[in-house]
Design a protein around this ligand. Structure first.
Ligand code: C2O
Ligand code: CU
Ligand code: CU
Length: 523
């Protein structure tokens, strides 16, 4: 046995010492790497963290683009020493770099992706926000890719897939936090219709991946303690990098929060941000904003127009996450310089979406997000509807093509960013107040002691996938559930309500085929 699921038994001693990581005890400091001791690492100088190399030009990760309808690429997961804000950091990353390479694809493309696991732990891969099959070697987060193994993923992106900003990260339950926290994250850009809208077309694009990492003293080892607030908040792995704009020029910023558990509350001094997209879904209209709160895993795209010559800070304002108040920080600096250009008009209406607020709801469910008092640090205490995650249980069985309304209730004192795989949703109300949605999204924060109502359609794909809290220590602690979308002619469909909450193997024997994990036999 390589791995013990949280909540079912205590992690084996050898695993605890090997990983220096308590799966369920989120109050414990955890390391962002699998094996730190004995690794040869160049120690960073004694410079105050956060000051080194501030003001360097913004760097963007290398781009890998599809051509002729195919993107064939590979990602190697490995624990290496790399640079964060001018310091050496030892952590888990893809392709020996953070952020990982940016993948560029188009609707209708096929992606063939070879994942090689050179970590000391199990991993796997998730395309966050993608509307693709959740089964087999597609976006299947129930796969376990063991150390030393590799796996060939293949994704078929539908021809009508929304264009915008997505991201990829590992998703093995129990170890998602240290792997993402260490820096296993990269952007995926789906090119398409939004890029041709006048006012957006041709605008200079910049990718800003927001992440937060912690180091302890001079140690280069990524270190996680959520009771501490001394996170280094980085943009593309840099501390306060600089980018330029000409006065009057329109630029398109694609911004993703790829941190494991940190909110970013963005404000750009002296400028309005004109939001055009959320979570890869184009807005129906341009929405001017003075500030934008971005929960873990959320993405926004904004247009900005350069102001009078000068330097402007892109800040993250102080925000009370419920478990920690992060102080204000300057994330990046925008310098407006050079010859002024006449500002092109901004677009007003963008791309409409199929509004579900008036749709007929086939099924309504109440889903409760619970944090239990932390009495035993070894005990997982993050539940959904009184249950810890169990990949062998199916919690919800929606019918293919049905419309469901979910009431997400949060009786706890902290935010839970709700995220569901495969199908985006429309937010209908927050704390009882109707929301005039601008687009679908794939992540929404449920406020402390609050309630969010969403509607979604389970289109195109049957099979099992998950929804969860995107505070990754909550997800690893058990706050995740399994959905199994079935076709109306599936034998399960008629018994769906009674079958929910039962063992996945029983359900599959009802269907006459036994559940097998494609790579379980190799462990
Ligand atoms: Cu960002 Cu379940 O994923
Ligand atoms: Cu996801
Ligand atoms: Cu949560």
């Amino acid at each position: 046995l390589r791995y013990t699921r949280p909540g079912t038994s205590r992690p084996q001693i050898s695993q605890v010492t090997r990983r220096r990581f308590l799966v369920a005890g989120v109050s414990a400091a955890i390391s962002g790497i699998a094996l730190a001791k004995g690794s040869a690492v160049v120690r960073a100088g004694s410079g105050r963290p956060g000051t080194d190399l501030a003001g360097e030009p913004l760097m963007e990760p290398p781009i890998r683009s599809s051509s002729g309808g195919l993107l064939q690429t590979s990602l190697e997961a490995r624990t290496v020493s790399h640079q964060v804000g001018g310091r050496n950091v030892l952590s888990n990353v893809y392709e020996r770099m953070f952020p990982a390479p940016t993948l560029h694809v188009r609707p209708g493309d096929t992606v063939k992706l070879h994942l090689s696991n050179q970590l000391e732990d199990i991993t796997n891969l998730h395309l966050h926000g993608f509307h693709v099959s959740p089964s087999g070697n597609s976006d299947n987060v129930l796969l376990h890719i063991h150390p030393g193994e590799s796996f060939d993923y293949e994704y078929h992106i539908p021809a009508d897939h929304p264009a915008g900003l997505y991201w990829y990260h590992p998703h093995f339950h129990g170890l998602t936090t240290p792997q993402v926290f260490g820096g296993m994250a990269g952007a995926i850009i789906v090119e398409g219709d939004i890029d041709q809208i006048p006012g957006i077309e041709g605008a200079r694009e910049r990718l800003l991946l927001l992440h937060a990492i912690q180091l302890k003293g001079d140690s280069p080892i990524a270190f996680f303690d959520r009771n501490q607030v001394n996170f280094l908040r980085t943009v593309n792995g840099q501390l306060n990098p600089t980018f330029t704009i000409q006065p009057g020029e329109t630029q398109r910023l694609r911004i993703a929060n790829v941190s494991d558990s940190t909110w970013f509350w963005l404000k750009l001094d002296g400028h309005r941000m004109h939001q055009i997209a959320k979570d890869g879904n184009t807005y129906k209209r341009l929405v001017p904003r003075d500030d934008i709160l971005i929960a873990p895993a959320e993405r926004v795209e904004v247009l900005i127009q350069g102001g009078a010559p000068g330097s402007y800070s892109l800040r993250s304002l102080p925000f009370d996450q419920g478990f920690a108040v992060l102080p204000e920080t300057v994330l990046a600096t925008m310098v407006s310089q050079g010859s002024p250009v006449a500002s092109a008009p901004l677009p007003s209406s963008l791309i409409p979406f199929n509004d579900l607020s008036k749709a007929t709801v086939d099924r309504r469910r109440v889903i409760t997000w619970q944090v239990l008092p932390r009495d035993d640090p070894q005990r997982a205490n993050f539940l959904i509807n009184n249950k810890l995650f169990d990949e062998d249980r199916v919690d919800i069985i929606p019918l293919l093509n049905s419309t469901e309304e979910w009431v997400l209730q949060n009786p706890s004192n902290v935010f839970h960013p709700f995220h569901i795989h495969i199908n985006p949703f429309q937010t209908i109300s927050v704390n009882g107040k109707p929301v005039d949605a601008n687009s679908y999204e794939d992540t929404v924060s449920i406020p402390p002691r609050g309630e969010v109502v969403i509607r979604t359609r389970f289109l195109d794909f049957t099979g099992k996938f998950v929804f969860h809290c995107h505070i990754l220590p909550h997800e690893d602690g058990g706050m995740m559930s399994v959905v199994d979308v079935v076709a109306p002619n599936d034998p399960l469909a008629s018994t769906a309500v009674n079958a929910e909450g039962t063992n996945a193997q029983l359900l599959n024997s009802l269907r006459g085929n036994l559940f097998t994990c494609p790579v379980a036999s190799s462990s």
